[in-house]
Design a protein around this ligand. Structure first.
Ligand SMILES: [Fe+2]
Length: 235
C-alpha cells in the first residue's frame, strides 16, 4: 500500500484518471517530518486500506497540492483529517474556490517544513505553474507534471497508438521524462527555470518520485539533468 522509497518517505499508487483523453496513473507521497507529523503530497483517492496505513504512521498535518491539476481528492482527505492544513499555490487556490486552503505556497517553504523539504516554484507557464519539492532526509525530488517518464508497458496498455507515438516523439517516456509538448511550448523566461533545476540538482537527489510514470530509484541527479534538457531547446 505505502511503499518506502527513502528515509521517512513513502509513496502510494492510485487509480487512473483521464486527462484530455489520455489515461494518467496517479501517485501520492507521504513524508514523516522530524516532529513525527505527516506531510502528504498530491493525495490520491482515499480507500479505507490507504487511510488505515496512513493513520498507523502518524498524525496527518499537511495536505499539499503541487499545482492546479492536483486537487481532485483534497476535500476527501480534509473530511478524514479536519485538523490538517491544506496548502496550494495561488493558482490552485484561485481555481478551487470550493476548497478551504490554510496557506499559500510561495518561493520559500513555510516554517512547518523549512529545512526538511525544499521547494521550487516554476511559474514560467501561464497555463500551469508547479511547486517541485526536495525532501532532504531521503534525497528525493518530488515532481508532479514537469517530468512524465511513462514506461513502454504502461503506454502500450493504456494509450491509443497515435498518442503513444506523440509520447515517444516528445520524450514523455522512461529514461527521458519530458513533460507534454504544450507545457514546454508555453514555458517563458527559461533561465530562471534552469537556475531552479540546477539548484535542485546541486542538492544531489538520489530518487525522483513523479505523479505520473516510473519512479527513479538511483542517480536522480543524472535523471533530472536529462529530463530538463528541453529547457535548452526552443520547444
Ligand atoms: Fe498531474
Amino acid at each position: 500500500m505505502l511503499k518506502p522509497l527513502g528515509k521517512n518517505l513513502w509513496f502510494a499508487n492510485g487509480g487512473i484518471v483521464s486527462f484530455f483523453g489520455a489515461a494518467y496513473p496517479t501517485r501520492m507521497v507521504v513524508v514523516r517530518l522530524a516532529s513525527g507529523r505527516l506531510w502528504i503530497w498530491s493525495p490520491i483517492a482515499p480507500t479505507e486500506a490507504l487511510l488505515g496505513a496512513v493513520r498507523s504512521m502518524g498524525e496527518v498535518s499537511h495536505l499539499v497540492s503541487p499545482n492546479k491539476l492536483h486537487y481532485l481528492f483534497l476535500k476527501d482527505w480534509q473530511a478524514k483529517f479536519p485538523a490538517a492544513k491544506t496548502w496550494g499555490t495561488a493558482s490552485t487556490i484561485a481555481k478551487c474556490s470550493d476548497i478551504a486552503f490554510s496557506g499559500e505556497l510561495g518561493s520559500e517553504p513555510p516554517p512547518e517544513w523549512a529545512g526538511q523539504i525544499d521547494q521550487y516554484h516554476f511559474t514560467n507557464s501561464r497555463f500551469l505553474d508547479e511547486m517541485m519539492f526536495f525532501h532532504r532526509a531521503s534525497a528525493t525530488a518530488i515532481v508532479a507534471d514537469l517530468s512524465q517518464p511513462f514506461s513502454k508497458e504502461f503506454l502500450a496498455g493504456h494509450w491509443p497508438w497515435w498518442l503513444r507515438k506523440v509520447a515517444t516523439l516528445s520524450h514523455m517516456q522512461e529514461g527521458w521524462g519530458f513533460p507534454p509538448l504544450d507545457l514546454r511550448l508555453s514555458f517563458r523566461k527559461r533561465a530562471s527555470a534552469q537556475r531552479k533545476v540546477q539548484s535542485l540538482i546541486n542538492s544531489h537527489p538520489e530518487h525522483v518520485v513523479v505523479a505520473h510514470g516510473e519512479i527513479v530509484r538511483s542517480d536522480g541527479e543524472a535523471y533530472l539533468r536529462r529530463a530538463f534538457t528541453w529547457l535548452d531547446r526552443t520547444w
